[in-house]
Ligand binder design. Structure first.
Ligand code: 5RP
Length: 230
C-alpha cells in the first residue's frame, strides 16, 4: 500500500467506527484528515447522517462546506462528541506532536473541547521519542518574534521561522508566525518542555499534544490497522 492509500484507509476506518448519527464532530487538518472529511461527506450526503461540525482550520472548513456540511462556530457548540485528526509524531504512550500543517492552536482548542480525540496516522509517524523525526512547531505572535525565537532556543533547540511557498513567513489562520524547533536528541521531558515554552512571552502555544488522544489508529503498508487506546 502506498502512503496515500494508508492515509485514506485509516481515515475511512476512523469515520466508520467512531462517527455516530447525531454527533457534533471536530474536523481535523492535514492530508490524512482530508480523507476523513471526504468520508464524513459520504455519510451525510449518501447515508443521511444528521451531523454538525466544527473545523480546526479554514482549509478544513472550506473542504467541509464544499461537501455541503454544516460547520458551526465552536463558541456556539455545547459539546463536541468526537474529533478526528492527524498527527506528525506519536510515541508509545500516545503523546503527540502536531502542527506541521500549521493548525495547532485551533486543533488544540477543539481537542480540549472534545469528549473523544481519535488520531489517524500511518506507521511513518510512530517514534520511540518525540522530536526525533519532526520539529516541534511553536506558534508565536509576530510582534517581537525574534526575541521569542531567542528564548525558544534557550530550551535547547534550533528554531527556524516557517516560510510559505512564496518565501515569506507562513502566517497561521490566527495571523501568527510559526517557529519549527529541532531538538538534536529529541525531547527528553515533553511535559516539562510544554510548560517552559508556554511561559515565554510571545508564545501562543506549541505542538505538544500531551494526554490528548483517546485513540490512535495506525495504518501499515500491508493494509492492517492497529489501535492504541480506547
Ligand atoms: C496540522 C496537523 C496535522 O494533523 C499533521 O500535520 C498531520 O498531517 P498529515 O496527515 O498531512 O501528515 O497537525 O496542523
Amino acid at each position: 500500500m502506498a502512503n496515500e492509500e494508508m492515509k485514506k484507509a485509516v481515515a475511512v476506518k476512523a469515520v466508520d467506527e467512531y462517527v455516530k448519527d447525531g454527533m457534533t464532530v471536530g474536523l481535523g487538518t492535514g492530508s490524512t484528515a482530508y480523507h476523513a472529511i471526504n468520508r464524513i461527506g459520504e455519510l451525510v450526503n449518501d447515508n443521511g447522517y444528521d451531523l454538525r461540525f466544527v473545523a480546526t482550520s479554514v482549509r478544513s472548513e472550506e473542504q467541509a462546506r464544499g461537501l455541503g456540511l454544516e460547520v458551526l462556530d465552536v463558541n456556539d457548540v455545547e459539546r463536541v462528541d468526537l474529533t478526528i485528526d492527524g498527527a506528525d509524531e506519536v510515541d508509545p504512550s500516545m503523546q503527540l506532536i502536531k502542527g506541521l500543517g500549521g493548525a495547532l492552536i485551533r486543533e488544540k482548542i477543539i481537542a480540549a473541547a472534545s469528549v473523544a480525540e481519535v488520531i489517524i496516522v500511518d506507521e511513518t509517524k510512530l517514534v520511540d521519542k518525540l522530536g526525533t523525526k519532526a520539529p516541534l512547531p511553536v506558534e508565536v505572535l509576530r510582534f517581537g518574534h525574534r526575541k521569542t525565537k531567542y528564548a525558544l532556543e534557550l530550551q535547547g533547540c534550533t528554531a527556524v521561522l516557517r516560510l510559505g511557498e512564496d518565501g515569506d513567513p507562513f502566517v497561521t489562520d490566527n495571523g501568527n508566525y510559526i517557529y519549527d524547533c529541532r531538538f538534536p536528541q529529541g525531547i527528553d521531558s515533553p511535559f516539562f518542555l510544554e510548560t517552559r515554552i508556554n511561559v515565554i512571552p510571545g508564545t501562543v502555544d506549541n505542538g505538544l499534544f500531551l494526554n490528548t488522544a483517546s485513540t490512535v489508529l495506525v495504518s501499515h503498508p500491508d493494509g492492517t490497522i492497529d489501535k492504541m487506546g480506547a
